[in-house]
Design a protein around this ligand. Structure first.
Ligand code: ADP
Ligand code: MG
Length: 327
């Protein structure tokens, strides 16, 4: 790599100077391994995401600063979905020779700003030259109090299905970008700078409200499918209850077909969780974090499969269900 003539070790040194340690990190960038403590009584959570130019992002559409932030947020979202808090991030980069130093700086600026937002530190990584395109691999380590981790396999018949925030905004933005049109600003921001719902995730875990949880990266139907597979259950979703942003609703007035995106569109990074009905009142009353939570359906016996109905109870399943890299 040599963006602006910068060598690998100069790049690492520039990064190192801007990264601090925190209470759990004993040694960060600059040694053979990062050295960290797991807080007493907590379990270590680890997750990795890979972002490849022209597969996950296009540099023509996303600003490098946003790309840095998004690389961190999509990864931290997995920790949020277990009810944990992120501690350390690891960043492995394959950098093409034609990436300018200015763009690389904006990217790392975005990475560090998102780390700060989530109270995590950049603790290490790897840096290589890429013969073509930018490769970004981010690994997050987080922690959750032992026993409070929320997995995908805990849903049971009768549990209510909830989602945070609004659905479909990111997919609506992608649809418009792919068609060569400018998306509504609110959707564009959601697509390029999604926020991981860390506070909500750990609040749900701490209160033991959620029986199963996942973050919505591939679409509501697809990700609910993962909970149902793991839990051995079915579910019925009420299409008319799906939470939609004002920008999405406005857009849908003229192009009603985009409504499917609330069920099938990826990259919302909202939390999808199930909860026994006895917690419904307390869940609605949760004042912190200040984020909408909407009840969208119910878990049923596995023989029922996954059904989508309208307010009158009529079936209304979209034809396409979610994103799959191999299809
Ligand atoms: P090694 O040869 O032992 O793999 P490196 O020279 O690759 O060591 O890395 C030196 C230090 O810099 C390590 O602490 C590593 O974690 C860190 N590092 C390298 N690349 C990055 C990066 N892109 N982001 C954060 N830390 C990095
Ligand atoms: Mg290395």
């Amino acid at each position: 790599m040599s963006p602006g003539g910068l060598g690998e070790f100069q790049f690492i040194e520039r990064l190192r100077r801007r990264c601090k340690l925190n209470d759990t990190l004993v040694r960060g960038i600059g040694d053979d391994c990062a050295v960290a403590r797991v807080p007493a009584g907590e379990l270590l959570l680890t997750s990795t995401d890979l972002l490849i130019e022209d597969v996950h992002f296009r540099t023509a559409w996303i600003d490098m600063y946003d790309l840095g932030r998004k690389s961190v947020s999509v990864n931290v979202s997995d920790v949020a979905a277990m009810g944990g808090q992120p501690l350390s991030l690891f960043l492995a980069l394959g950098i093409p020779a034609d990436l300018s130093l200015e763009d690389l700086d904006r990217f790392t600026e975005g990475v560090l700003s998102a780390c700060r937002d989530y109270g995590a530190v950049l603790a290490g990584g790897d840096t290589c030259r890429s013969p073509r395109g930018l490769f970004i691999s981010v690994t997050v380590e987080g922690a959750v109090p032992d026993g409070l981790q929320v997995t995908r396999d805990g849903a049971g018949p009768g549990d209510l299905v909830w989602v945070s925030g609004t659905l479909g905004d990111s997919a609506l933005a992608l649809r418009e970008l792919l068609a060569g049109r400018q998306p509504p600003e609110e959707c564009f921001r959601r697509h390029h700078d999604p926020r991981a719902r860390v506070k909500l995730g750990y609040t749900l875990a701490a209160q033991q409200f959620a029986s199963a949880m996942i973050d919505i990266s591939d679409g509501l139907l697809s990700d609910l499918g993962h909970i149902l597979d793991a839990s051995g259950c079915g579910a019925v979703l009420r299409r008319d209850l799906l939470p939609l942003s004002s920008a999405f609703l406005q857009f849908q007035k003229h192009q009603p077909e985009v409504n499917d995106l609330a069920l099938t569109g990826g990259e919302d990074y909202e939390l999808l969780f199930t909860s026994p009905p006895k917690h419904a009142e307390a869940l609605r009353a949760l004042s912190t974090p200040d984020l909408p939570r909407t009840e969208v359906g119910r878990i049923t016996a596995s023989a029922d499969g996954l059904r989508v109905i309208d307010a009158q109870g009529r079936p209304c399943m979209p034809t396409r269900s979610g994103f799959d890299h191999f299809k």
